[in-house]
Design a protein around this ligand. Structure first.
Ligand SMILES: N[C@@H](CCC(=O)N[C@@H](CS)C(=O)NCC(=O)O)C(=O)O
Length: 69
């Protein structure tokens, strides 16, 4: 199943909207920006440097355009 690695206040919100629109099954893993730097936490950066990113098993897909395609 697709897991949306969702960073608060980020473009990954668009991926949640898209998956809802196409009624695709997915789960959400939530990540919070660092309160001081506003950067993504290390747990997310270990998967990919930027949000949005989705995973499905071992596959990692980053970049909004690639995810939407
Ligand atoms: N070109 C990328 C842009 C990704 C991007 O700028 N992500 C920002 C949030 S919208 C981010 O991950 N910021 C947290 C950080 O840099 O640590 C895309 O469209 O996916």
């Amino acid at each position: 199943m697709i897991v949306v690695r969702h960073l608060n206040e980020s473009w990954s919100q668009r991926i949640l909207w898209l998956l809802d629109e196409v009624q695709a099954p997915y789960k959400v893993a939530f990540y919070q920006r660092d309160a001081r730097t506003n950067l993504a936490p290390v747990e997310l950066r270990e998967i990919h440097r930027k949000s949005p990113v989705i995973t499905e098993g071992d596959r990692v897909i980053a970049e909004s355009g690639a995810i939407i395609d």
